[in-house]
Design a protein around this ligand. Structure first.
Ligand SMILES: [Zn+2]
Length: 316
């Protein structure tokens, strides 16, 4: 837009500079007037193209009143020939959008308790048109826990374990393996919800939030896959997974992954495809767990989101 006004502005000034030449002034002016008119017409045409509701990119964001921890489903409809995936950006990050049929694409954007409530700036571009959207993100009060650790008893974090888990969380597989609502992975009651914040030795931990949901099922009770996917992580306590314990990661596709921690048994192999509802392991207390429970973390494009909306809303 800035360039457009610069062009219009410089066009208005140029005739004065050229009026030194004598005879062909009139013809020159006529020609310049024509060029000016053409440029203005072009500019107005461009403006109409950008603002015309019929041609604009159609963007839909669900939920329309999100709160911290929600997953934003951004659907973009574009009638641009070529039908390439639009770029969907939030802040400095651009997220992959995948085709869902009928010239429509969908990107899933994570929000977390570490985000600032306020207006999110979404930018959607199909290379032809760009739309900017302001979307209000509501704050949310999360419960807090106080943890007291004896001095010098900080856990020794193994790079191997965390590098492996980080790589898993970053997977963005183009295929979509899940469909419909996610199932609860264990029948036990929920003991710690998503997003709980912590104080360590009286100090608020700014980077910490509970990155999942804890189920306090019986030791050895079955853990099922909440949705279909490919097993992309199998970690064993005996092979260095001292924090996560025995764990399984399922890639549901398109940047969505589940991780299950502290298992007593693992019943699947890396690379194996699992169905929704399939038993994948048994609940335990391996790794850094104070007692037997299942921790289920749901990651969207690398960030731990609240799994609960995925249990009662469809992300198709
Ligand atoms: Zn947990």
């Amino acid at each position: 837009m800035k360039q457009l006004w610069q062009i219009l502005f410089s066009c208005g000034r140029s005739p004065a500079k050229r009026s030194l030449s004598t005879r062909p002034i009139k013809r020159q002016r006529n020609a310049q007037n024509l060029i000016q008119a053409a440029i203005i017409a072009l500019a107005i045409g461009t403006l109409m193209l950008v603002t015309s509701p019929g041609r604009a990119l159609q963007v839909q964001v669900v939920p329309n009143n999100p709160q911290l921890g929600d997953t934003l489903s951004v659907t973009v409809e574009s009638d641009t020939p070529g039908n390439t995936a639009p770029a969907v950006s939030l802040g400095k990050r651009t997220y992959s959008a995948f085709p869902i049929g009928n010239n429509r694409f969908r990107a899933l954007l994570p929000t977390t308790p570490l985000d600032k409530p306020g207006v999110l700036q979404l930018r959607i571009s199909d290379g032809n048109e760009t739309r900017l959207l302001g979307l209000p993100l509501r704050g949310r009060k999360f419960p807090t826990q106080s943890i007291w650790l004896p001095p010098g008893k900080d856990q020794d974090l193994s790079d191997f374990e965390f590098d492996r888990v980080d790589a898993f969380k970053k997977l963005v597989t183009p295929e979509k393996f899940w469909s419909g609502l996610f199932l609860k992975p264990n029948n036990g009651p929920i003991t710690t919800i998503y997003g709980v914040r912590r104080y360590y030795n009286g100090k608020f931990a700014h980077d910490y939030y509970h990155r999942g949901v804890d189920y306090a099922g019986a030791y050895g009770s079955p853990i099922i896959a909440p949705a279909a996917g490919r097993v992309a992580l199998v970690g064993q306590e005996s092979k260095g997974f001292v924090i996560h314990g025995n764990c399984i990661g399922i890639d549901h596709g398109q940047g969505v992954e589940s991780i299950f921690l502290h298992l007593s048994r693992i019943l699947v192999k890396n690379g194996e495809f699992v169905k929704a509802g399939q038993v994948i392991g048994a609940l335990g207390g391996t790794g850094a767990a104070t007692g037997p429970h299942l921790h289920w973390g749901l990651y969207v494009n690398g960030q731990a989101v609240d799994p609960s909306p995925w249990r009662n809303k469809r992300f198709e």
